[in-house]
Ligand binder design. Structure first.
Ligand code: AMP
Length: 292
């Protein structure tokens, strides 16, 4: 094995399980290297790996994390059954070029006497926040803890979770984290379905209909390109398209919001993002697309 120009051994990914060890390693690394963080909940797919590849280009050292964060799941959600595959994930991360895998357990992250939370007040209330109360409080708390453990210069997240990206940009700004956020584009399957660990819950027939969200978003984009700017009209068309592809889909929201601020839009423009959430055969799917 040969050391690369950073003095690190490529392909020799180390796993770190304790927060203290991660902090010690980060303190040592940051003296000579820049660090990029890629937080995930595991059961990795090409979308996650594209973040690792972006991180590889953005900093000297890449730290990927796998932690199924209990505080971002509500009661009755899929925390217990969330898919897990440690061995497969480790191999994928190593091949994608991660240098460290940080994988703490829940007891360490949230010991029994745990009581401190980070909250982004308004941005966390709409869209996903309205359907998943407390979700973003869990996200901003765990991301803050990961920032404190890894001390990254750069952190990479996916546009797939559009609202999460807006909330985390706010968090970094408000709490003065000296961290640059990179938001990577959504990776999709061949038919357009956004890659997601939760797609594993879908049976083959259900999987075919799950493309309904993507098809709805594409419809909004096409109509916008043809000159339609009324959010109400677009919403109707998106709903119709979704239900044509998957008649049993239970749509939770179809929303048009500003890309930067999340402000709802009555008239849409190039900076508007259309977001959708729907239950497709008991599987909750989300997706979004910028109109411009
Ligand atoms: P998760 O493991 O679902 O918490 O996702 C970890 C990170 O991967 C988040 O920043 C997500 O936004 C991102 N991500 C999830 N799915 C995709 C995708 N299809 N394309 C790009 N990034 C994604």
């Amino acid at each position: 094995m040969t050391a690369d120009k950073r003095g690190l051994f490529f392909g020799d990914m180390k796993t770190i399980n304790s927060i203290r060890s991660m902090q010690r390693k980060a303190r040592e690394l940051c003296r000579r290297h820049t660090i990029a963080l890629v937080p995930t909940m595991g059961y990795l797919h090409e979308g996650h790996l594209s973040l690792v590849k972006k991180a590889r280009k953005a900093a000297d050292v890449v730290v990927a994390t796998i932690f199924v964060n209990p505080t971002q799941f509500g009661p009755g959600e899929d925390f217990q059954r969330y898919p897990r595959d440690q061995k497969g994930d480790r191999a994928l991360l190593r091949d994608a070029g991660a240098d460290y895998l940080f994988m703490p357990d829940a007891q360490q992250m949230y010991p029994d006497d745990y009581q401190s939370y980070v909250e982004t007040e308004q941005l966390s209330q709409t869209l996903e926040g309205a359907f998943r109360p407390g979700h973003f409080r869990g996200v901003t708390t765990v991301v803050s803890k990961l920032f404190n453990a890894v001390r990254p210069d750069v952190a990479v997240f996916g546009q797939k979770d559009f609202q999460q990206a807006v909330v985390l940009k706010r968090l970094v700004k408000d709490l003065d984290y000296p961290i640059k956020l990179i938001i990577a584009p959504t990776r999709r399957e061949q038919d357009g379905l956004a890659m997601s660990s939760r797609n594993a819950y879908l049976g083959p027939g259900q999987r075919r209909e799950a493309v309904c969200l993507y098809r709805g978003l594409r419809r909004a984009r096409t109509l916008f390109a043809e000159g339609v700017t009324s959010a109400a009209r677009l919403k109707k068309a998106v709903r119709k398209e979704i239900l044509e592809v998957c008649p049993t889909a239970e749509i939770q929201y179809i929303s048009f919001n500003d890309f930067h601020t999340l402000q709802p839009r009555i008239k849409v423009d190039r900076d508007t993002v259309c977001s959708v959430a729907a239950m497709v055969y008991d599987v909750r799917l989300i997706d979004n697309m910028r109109l411009g």
